[in-house]
Design a binder for this molecule. Structure first.
Ligand code: SF4
Length: 211
């Protein structure tokens, strides 16, 4: 079973399709179509330097109404290439993807492409959803939120309350609500007290400034 702390080398797919910087975009599209894949990694002298996803094709080719024949991979790829190491944990990789708003993460070892993980793979990983329940998702794009929503039972909005006390694998855990000893009535006693202290400190500062 895959878990939150599992290393990417155990989860990643190893067969990743690549194309050179000079490859015609039409060839890249043909590769994606032939192998039914959502991305191709662009390499320069065997070194991974960019990625072309279905979204890049839509944004930079189809919507711009540019003839694919006139474009090379380097014109369409997203760069710099955000990547991970094979020893990175699933939870950390998931955080990187949310931070960069990406759904595909190439795995690179000593400058060499060795695999690829997708956000969907990671969301199926045991413990990731629970960990994400506690993460602030403010900067996450609508596109990624839609993917996340599929895996959250009640939708992400209801589950973004973060616990100020509990952390797991470096990430704050979502509020356990009435399962927690600090849950009183319909709110968290710890959160309520800390908000009260902050308010009192603010009032003190205001009255000091007024004096
Ligand atoms: S009730 Fe408070 S202390 Fe308990 S899990 Fe929720 S936020 Fe954390």
């Amino acid at each position: 079973m895959i878990t939150l702390s599992q290393k990417l080398r155990k989860i990643m797919i190893e067969k990743v399709r690549t194309a050179g910087l000079d490859a015609p975009v039409q060839d890249v599209a043909n590769l994606m179509n032939k192998y039914q894949i959502g991305c191709v990694i662009i390499v320069d002298d065997c070194k991974p330097v960019g990625i072309i996803t279905e979204r890049d094709m839509i944004k930079r080719v189809i919507c711009k109404e540019i003839a694919a024949e006139s474009l090379r991979a380097m014109d369409v790829m997203s760069k710099p290439l955000v990547n991970a190491s094979p020893n990175m944990r699933a939870g950390d990789a998931c955080k990187i993807m949310l931070e960069w708003n990406i759904k595909k993460l190439p795995v690179v070892d000593e400058g060499k492409l060795v695999g690829l993980v997708t956000l969907t793979d990671l969301l199926r990983t045991e413990g990731v959803i629970e960990a994400l329940n506690g993460c602030a998702l403010n900067g996450v794009s609508r596109r990624l939120k839609k993917t996340l929503e599929i895996y959250f039972d009640d939708g992400i909005k209801k589950k973004t309350r973060r616990c100020p006390l509990m952390y797991k694998d470096g990430m704050s855990v979502g509020c356990q609500l009435n399962k927690c000893m600090w849950w009183a009535g319909d709110e968290c006693a710890v959160t309520k007290i800390s908000q009260k202290i902050e308010l009192e400190q603010f009032n003190d500062e205001v009255s000091c400034t007024a004096e």
